[in-house]
Write a protein that binds this ligand. Structure first.
Ligand code: SAH
Ligand code: SF4
Ligand code: F3S
Length: 452
């Protein structure tokens, strides 16, 4: 028998971290405990990502590290979940003796039961790799009763877009919308338990309801229904594919007070030729039209984006178009990465691969501009009074014994640190804060009103 003491390691997107949070809660409700340090754990769970080669390679090196770290111990169980597990599947069993469970996206819902059995039956190995017909509902366990002030609610699984470079449709399966009733019920329960900031989550939330699953409610309708929940102060959603964003969703930024003025809208490239080859189904004129409409609806809206540098066939001029467009739009932040060949995708077969050196040079130039611009945006917040929702104590100690440093987020999602007198519990509370200083990635502020 293996001790019910686990350690989870998570890679990849917010969907994976949301899945890991759920798994953790579910295991705790089944009598498992979280190990104080990785060395203490008997059950290791890797929630993996294969969107680029690097995070995929990390999985193999970590499995090797676990093997070394636990040398001589027989009481070890390793479970591999997420996108690499979906891709490699039972192949992990041959390469790593300690791996006894592999589970994919839809298998996650039954991973806790599987782990329950596996700790008892030491000869058993299990794989949960099938895609289910409908959105796999998971029991909503909050065994410790504490709900964080800000959190995520999954509204769909998978993706139907098959962008040329992307492995996600293969690892997460076809798009399956969740029923709006379940989404609303989860949101209402979370708000009733104290959550004040919710992010609706999916690979392409704008096409929610436009598949054979769910109940046909559109994303715009769902957004309004969630925004109507009393006590929900902040509502966000991620990710939006530009081709599917509806005018009603754009308008909602102007009409609904609790929809936050920050939107992640992946552009990928600023060159029409490259966008076409990526299969993104919009051109830059269309993208900029959406940006204009959004800013018309909500002038203080901050936009963030994803950029792929060095897609096959990308010339210096294509890259410069990306850089110039990003500068003109003024993204508050970008997740920018070099193109990475993914097995089985259309882009893998394309000729004219860009060399590593050229990619790296372009990425560096893009990121240099972005860090400078992000700093400029943070700097522009100095002097402004913003409501901050506090999530917990900062890692940094207070300036003296009578003070504590707290951290929270403003309406844009920017991290704000505030030093307050010791003894007050700010977690889950809002407070007006005047921004006094901008750091490279965060803001410093001081109390400018009473908490609520
Ligand atoms: N569904 C989301 C993105 C999910 S993947 C959307 O469409 O916006 C997150 C990001 O990873 C993508 O936006 C893209 O910029 C990046 N990405 C995906 N595949 C990649 C690859 N093969 N190489 C480099 N970056 C990639
Ligand atoms: Fe990948 Fe495109 Fe789907 Fe996003 S929309 S997950 S980039 S295939
Ligand atoms: Fe990675 Fe899978 Fe998310 S590939 S980015 S963990 S959907």
């Amino acid at each position: 028998m293996i001790e019910r003491n686990f350690h989870i390691m998570t890679f990849g997107c917010q969907m994976n971290s949301n899945d890991s949070d759920w798994l953790k809660r579910s295991l705790i409700s089944r009598g498992f405990t979280e190990a104080a340090t990785p060395e203490d754990a008997s059950v290791f769970i890797l929630n993996t990502c294969s969107v680029r080669e690097k995070p995929e390679q990390k999985v193999y090196s970590l499995l090797g590290r676990i093997q070394t770290m636990t040398k001589g111990r027989e009481d070890i169980l390793v479970a591999v979940g997420g996108c690499v597990a979906q891709q490699v599947g039972r192949g992990f069993f041959n390469r790593f003796k300690q791996v006894r469970l592999v589970f994919g996206t839809d298998g996650l819902a039954s991973a806790p039961q599987a782990l329950d059995r596996l700790v008892e039956e030491d000869q058993l190995r299990m794989s949960l790799l099938d895609f289910s017909e409908e959105y796999p509902e998971k029991d909503q366990e909050w065994s410790d009763g504490v709900v964080p002030p800000a959190g995520f609610v999954n509204i769909m699984q998978g993706c139907d877009n098959f962008c040329a470079y992307c492995i996600v449709p293969y690892t997460r399966g076809r798009q399956k919308s969740r029923s709006s009733v379940s989404v609303l019920e989860e949101c209402r329960t979370l708000v009733a338990r104290g959550m004040r900031d919710i992010t609706l989550l999916g690979q392409n939330v704008n096409s929610f309801g436009q598949d054979a699953h769910g109940d046909g409610t559109s994303f715009a309708a769902l957004l309004h229904q969630v925004a109507d929940i009393k006590g929900l102060e902040r509502l966000r959603f991620v990710t939006s594919h530009p081709k599917d964003i509806a005018d009603e969703v754009i308008d909602a930024f102007g009409t609904r007070e609790n929809i936050c003025p920050r939107l992640h809208l992946p552009m990928q490239s600023g060159s029409d030729r490259i966008l076409k080859s990526m299969g993104r189904k919009y051109d830059i004129t269309r993208y900029r039209g959406i940006v204009d409409k959004l800013r018309h609806a909500r002038p203080d809206l901050q936009l963030t984006t994803d950029i792929i540098v060095g897609f096959p066939g990308e010339t210096e001029e294509d890259f410069l178009q990306t850089l110039r467009t990003a500068q003109e739009i003024g993204f508050a932040q970008s997740f920018s990465f070099n193109y990475s060949d993914r097995p089985g995708t259309r882009a893998e077969m394309l000729a004219d691969k860009v060399t590593k050196e050229v990619m790296q040079d372009r990425l560096q130039r893009y990121q240099d501009w972005q860090s400078e611009y992000t700093e400029h945006i943070l700097q522009s917040m100095v002097g402004r009074k913003l409501d901050v929702l506090f999530e917990g104590m900062s890692k940094k100690p207070g300036s003296d014994n009578n003070a504590e440093a707290w951290q929270g987020r403003d309406v844009f999602g920017q991290l704000v640190h505030v030093t307050l007198p010791s003894g007050g519990d700010m977690a889950g509370k809002f407070m007006p804060v005047t921004i006094t200083e901008a750091k490279k990635h965060s803001l410093i502020g001081e109390k400018a009103g009473e908490p609520w």
